[in-house]
Design a binder for this molecule. Structure first.
Ligand code: SAM
Length: 239
């Protein structure tokens, strides 16, 4: 076990909130609280780290229990994610957060890393590539989790690819059950789902369709319409 004092969420968010990313305070708290519930020396796996906002939240929770986060991100090039310069920012942000060796970076696509992965993990956070095929593959990391372990998925019920992946692979699953969501951050757990768990996934579909319509309006530069019809404020997609 680590002899570091357990950090409270407010102290962690003070650091993480300064880092650019797509995570609300409530979503960060859900990541943090579910990670703090794990037993000693947990291994957390994060898919999609960007500049380290969520990594710092997860690693702070893990460190208090002597655990570690494996951060999987190939740092893809492009306008949205920034490529190699983002990796430098990720490394600088983690150094400044003074998390020691609580984070191990795996600079690789999740879909390339998974087939040869052999270690047990205790927690899975999925926030990498948001297309259907990648999400479907990323869910397969759950094979390394024990019963009851959390699986958190960001941009669930807001991204088309992620939501189709959840409807195709989690809704009929016998080993993953839906618990709840905070905005687009969905919390699933390894375990046999009840019919009510499945119904709760279906009950999110209208909210997903609303988010898809908001995204279309934003692409059409119709922000005022998105605000008037759906109460969506700001230039960013709902998350
Ligand atoms: C939405 S950002 C992640 C945000 C991050 N979780 C945060 O809190 O700021 C998505 C990240 O996924 C990465 N990515 C894209 N495809 C990936 C893949 N196949 N495996 C892992 N990461 C991927 C991108 O490089 C990008 O940094």
């Amino acid at each position: 076990m680590s002899d570091r004092p357990a950090l409270d969420f407010e102290a962690v968010w003070e650091v993480a909130s300064t880092i650019p990313g797509w995570l609300t305070e409530e979503q960060a708290k859900l990541l943090f609280d579910t990670a703090r519930d794990l037993s000693s020396a947990p291994l957390l796996l994060e898919i999609g780290s960007h500049q380290g906002k969520s990594t710092i939240v997860l690693a702070s929770a893990a460190l208090a229990q002597g655990g570690q986060v494996v951060a999987v991100d190939p740092f893809v090039d492009g306008r949205l994610f920034g490529g190699a310069s983002t990796r430098t920012k990720f490394e600088n942000n983690l150094r400044e957060a003074a998390l020691g060796d609580a984070v191990e970076l795996l600079p690789e696509y999740s879909t390339r890393a998974r087939p040869t992965w052999t270690r047990d993990i205790d927690y899975l956070y999925i926030d990498g590539k948001h297309d259907y095929w990648t999400l479907a593959d990323d869910l397969k990391w759950a094979e390394h989790l024990p019963d009851g372990a959390p699986i958190l998925v960001h941009d669930c019920y807001s991204s088309i690819g992620v939501t189709l992946g959840v409807l195709a692979h989690v809704l009929p699953s016998r080993t993953i059950r839906y618990e709840r969501r905070c905005g687009s951050m969905a919390l699933f757990r390894v375990g046999r789902p009840s019919w009510e768990d499945r119904r709760r996934i279906l009950r999110e579909v209208p909210w997903w369709l609303r988010n898809v319509l908001v995204k279309i309006l934003l692409r059409l530069r119709l922000r005022p319409v998105a605000s008037r019809l759906f109460g969506h404020e700001g230039p960013y997609d709902p998350y």
